[in-house]
Design a protein around this ligand. Structure first.
Ligand code: ZN
Length: 235
């Protein structure tokens, strides 16, 4: 094979590898951002569950205070019951006592409901906490891997670029320019394999004589359709 053609193929490999690493590394901050958002959502779920528990406890304490007040009133009524003189007063006092007892009962039912709600919310909070811990571990590990990938990719790119510069020095300036010109309009791909009588990049059929010439890999031949430099890598 023509040594310049071989160098160009190598140059193309280096360029593609550099672009691949760059593109992958560029995606990573976005991925890390997504992980951070997932964690933030989990933290908020937990925080909301805790706030609900606090709210429920506040209401429960309020109801307990009300029950206490009602009980004091009840015992006052009961002692007053001994002091009433008429039957009418007695009946009225009994009625008050019954009412107060019913009120206490209703409030105690509410307290029970609150306590059950608190139990349920505490269960949810425990689950949310468990989920958060799991996610934190998982994401910490993934984030670590991504971050180390980025730093590895960066040093790898530096090495590849060094190789690239060295290689470029071994190729004639004219050919390097041609390579760059094609690459800049062909999405970074200046070379294409010729196989089965056609250009593997644009898939145009190559003339038999042209394909025969390419097969020798002796000269720099470009595709008449996409302009890429063609090489033959075997059947
Ligand atoms: Zn082509």
């Amino acid at each position: 094979m023509n040594s310049e053609l071989r160098r160009l193929i190598h140059l193309q490999q280096l360029d593609l590898k550099i672009v691949e690493l760059q593109q992958r590394a560029e995606q990573i901050p976005q991925e890390i951002e997504t992980f951070n958002r997932i964690l933030e959502e989990n933290r908020q779920t937990l925080e909301q569950a805790r706030q609900h528990i606090e709210e429920d406890n506040k209401q429960r304490r309020l109801l307990e205070g009300e029950v206490e007040t009602l009980r004091e009133r009840l015992s006052k009524y009961k002692s007053q019951l001994m002091e009433v003189r008429t039957n009418k007063e007695y009946q009225a006092m009994l009625h008050e006592i019954e009412n107060t007892e019913r009120e206490i009962e209703a409030k105690e039912d509410h307290i029970l409901e609150r306590m059950m709600a608190i139990d349920e919310r505490e269960k949810q909070a425990r689950e949310a906490k468990g989920e958060l811990v799991k996610k934190e571990e998982e994401i910490l590990e993934k984030r670590g891997k991504l971050e180390s990938f980025v730093s590895q990719a960066e040093s790898q790119i530096v090495c590849l670029q060094k190789d690239r510069r060295r290689l470029e020095e071994e190729i004639s300036g004219e050919l390097t320019e041609q390579y760059q010109r094609i690459a800049s309009v062909r999405n970074g791909v200046a070379l294409a394999e010729a196989k089965d009588q056609s250009c593997q990049a644009c898939h145009v059929k190559l003339r038999p004589q042209l394909f025969a010439d390419i097969r020798t890999n002796r000269q720099i031949i470009t595709c008449e359709n996409c302009n890429r430099i063609l090489y033959y890598a075997g059947p």
